[in-house]
Design a protein. Sequence first.
Length: 151
Amino acid sequence: MEKQFRYIFAFLSLLGFALQSCGGNAQKASENKNEEIKAITIISSGGQMGYSSFFKITKDSIKFSSYLAVDTTQNTTSNKRINPQDWNDIIAGIDLENFKNATNGHSVQPVDGIDTEILVNTNNGEISKMNAYDNEMWNCIQEKLSEYLSH
């Protein structure tokens, strides 16, 4: 099970390294102090092999599943608890205003690419952005989760 976790998160890690790093002004906390992050979800799907994955992290747990249409023996599902300090480390520096201002990118599924959507659930609702590679905070969130999962 852990090997399959590593496979998926290696993909996320490689994607994170290919993108901009979190730095400088991206590390500031959200200016709207009343908005609290409740969960972060990353959904990826597409490709010739019919790949899809679902990853959700909350203050106390991680839920993960991945599916491969061409080889269902590779499908995995996992749930585990996380340390509350790890959650605080992950959400530290996420600028929700920056993330809200991200522009969705175009789908790459028509050319057998994999689309990635990040959803941030807050006490004020849900913010959803797909393929927003041009947004520093979108990349930062993806990178933070990849770093956490690679440890």
